[in-house]
Design a protein around this ligand. Structure first.
Ligand code: AMP
Length: 546
């Protein structure tokens, strides 16, 4: 027997309409690329989003069209999130740290018809223009006075598009499973893969996350998303914050410790969200100045494991550290390690131990750990295996990529995370390793296999492997290990080859020549052995610092 309740489609636009009415004074503070600080409210933003929606329709954007953004965290980027999805189109956020090759690929794969770009990234686009589809139109996210002189033919000006548009918009109703946002993530090999979120999945994610962090999502509380809007929807904050009335402070382009400290101090940010690399910079600044930014009391650390010493240092200064784990494929939040009031009584060591783990699953995401044969293993806090997930906020497959989908999903429809973990009987997740052959540097992926494929083409290379070595600032950096032909290539020779395909920051930090690479029983290079062998390896920059 079915219930007799109404069924109304879950729509992203309703979040902002709700915020404008029920949290009208909730703020969005943005450090702009123009150099100043911009302040607005959810009420005012809803009016501009309506204008932008009219402008998009005026440019011919139709339901299902993909509209790309290449931008920092700021109010205009936020407006695009709502206006694009609100009219039934798809907001495709592009990560500006991708290599030129990857960027060209994803614009083509997504089928973007229009691209919104911050002034900072105009030079990147100018270089790429020849490779991008001719029909792709470009809008620069600024006003007329700040429009850069650009070689981009016919580039439009964001503020001019909004001028004179109606401040009311009748948001269309459509199936809640309609696609709303698209974000690409690196694969272990080959091209990036797209996670295509729906209105339903995003609204559910926005409802699920605040209940696992109730002290953060309070009207007027100020949250700083350092995590980029181009990286999995800034962990959902552009939806969660307005829904709950929390305010947002967008940091723009300057993410060094001193800039983040000053911004947090000035704007009295309570909760700051981002990857460990950013927080190490902030910690350095806190230690230098001998105090916390005013109002700072909470931090969410994710994207990579939160290092224990970092947790200890924040906690020692009274900052509540919440460790979170997730993935692009999970919208992204899968777990949170939010401290409960009772834990305030725990001995310090016990609390830090607890916070060093990845926390508990959020509602509606299920976990299973499987062994090498895909059989579930017990959640006993000891038995380790690959973590599989299932839920309303998890992808059911990649966007138009059947082979990547087939590789990621098991026969029962669970998604394989590529993370190796164990779970306690009371649901605490600990990530112990990574099954996927990828390196995560400062929160961004580098594919070891893609690097290896290019290096293998060098005539002085017999065999090679790229592995992650621990790095204090970046968490991990790539090291290239080569079994040479003859004397082997120099680092400069290899770099020259790699730079044709990769961004400079993705290149290995060092090259080591070895007589032979360790092999597994099946004849593949044993990355496990290599990682152990080079666990203490000092990269040139680290050696210089000693
Ligand atoms: P991304 O899709 O770029 O957000 O990366 C997701 C991956 O980052 C996960 O599958 C993990 O390998 C890693 N990751 C994210 N958060 C954490 C965390 N808190 N601890 C350890 N690894 C993490």
């Amino acid at each position: 027997m079915l219930g007799t309740m109404m069924h109304r489609p879950l729509r992203i636009a309703d979040i902002l309409t709700f915020a404008a009415e029920c949290h009208p004074d909730g703020e969005i503070v943005s450090v702009r690329t123009e150099g100043d600080v911009h302040r607005t409210t959810y009420r005012e933003t809803a009016l501009r989003v309506a204008q932008l929606a009219h402008a998009l329709q005026g440019l011919g954007v139709a339901p299902g069209d993909r509209v790309a953004t290449l931008a920092w965290n700021g109010y205009r980027h936020f407006e695009l999130y709502y206006a694009i999805s609100g009219i039934g189109a798809v907001c495709h956020t592009i990560n500006p740290r991708l290599s030129a090759e990857q960027m060209t690929y994803i614009v083509g794969h997504a089928g973007d018809t229009l691209l919104f770009v911050d002034t900072t990234f105009v030079p990147i686009l100018e270089k790429l223009r020849g490779e991008l589809p001719e029909a792709l139109r470009i809008v620069v996210m600024t006003d007329r006075a700040h429009m850069p002189g650009t070689t981009l033919d016919g580039a439009l000006c964001y503020e001019e598009l909004l001028e004179g548009q109606d401040e009311a918009f009748d948001w269309p109703e459509f199936d809640e499973n309609t696609a709303a946002a698209l974000c690409y993530t690196s694969g272990t090999t080959g091209e990036p893969k797209g996670a295509l979120y729906s209105h339903r999945s995003m609204v559910l994610h926005s409802l699920i996350v605040p209940i696992s962090m109730p002290t953060v999502f309070v009207p007027g509380r100020r949250i700083l998303p350092v995590v980029p809007l181009f990286h999995v929807n800034a962990w959902g904050l552009p939806y969660t914050a307005p829904l709950t009335g929390a305010s947002m402070v967008f940091p723009g382009a300057k993410l060094d410790g001193a800039s983040v400290f000053d911004l947090m101090d000035r704007e009295k940010v309570y909760s700051a969200w981002g990857v460990p690399t950013v927080w190490l910079g902030l910690l350095g600044e806190i230690e230098k100045r001998g105090r916390l930014p005013e109002g700072f009391g909470h931090i969410v650390v994710g994207g990579s494991a939160a290092p224990r010493p970092m947790i200890e240092k924040f906690e020692a200064r009274g900052v509540d550290v919440c460790h979170a784990w997730g993935m692009t494929e999970m919208s992204p939040i899968g777990t949170t390690g939010q401290q409960s009031p009772a834990m305030a009584e725990w001995p310090k060591d016990r609390l830090i131990d607890w916070k060093s783990r990845q926390g508990r699953r959020v509602f509606s995401v299920d976990f299973k750990i499987v062994d090498e044969d895909g059989r579930p293993v017990p959640h006993d806090g000891k038995t380790v295996g690959e973590l599989y997930v299932r839920g309303n906020t998890v992808i059911g497959g990649y966007f138009e990529n059947a082979s990547a989908t087939a590789a990621a999903m098991d026969a029962d429809g669970w998604f394989g995370t590529g993370d190796v973990a164990h779970i306690t009987p009371d649901g605490i997740l600990t990530i112990t390793d990574r099954a996927k052959d990828l390196i995560k540097s400062g929160g961004e992926w580098i594919s070891s296999l893609d690097l290896e494929n290019v290096v293998m083409a060098h005539p002085k290379v017999a065999n090679c492997a790229v592995i992650a070595v621990p790095h204090e600032k970046w968490d991990e950096r790539p090291l290239l290990v080569v079994a040479p032909v003859g004397e082997g290539p120099t680092k400069a020779e290899v770099d020259e080859l790699l730079l044709k395909h990769f961004a400079r920051w993705q290149l290995p930090d060092d090259l080591v020549l070895v007589e032979e690479l360790p092999l597994t029983a099946t004849g593949k290079v044993s990355k496990l052995t290599l990682r152990r062998q080079f666990a203490q390896y000092q990269l040139p920059e680290q050696r210089a610092a000693v």
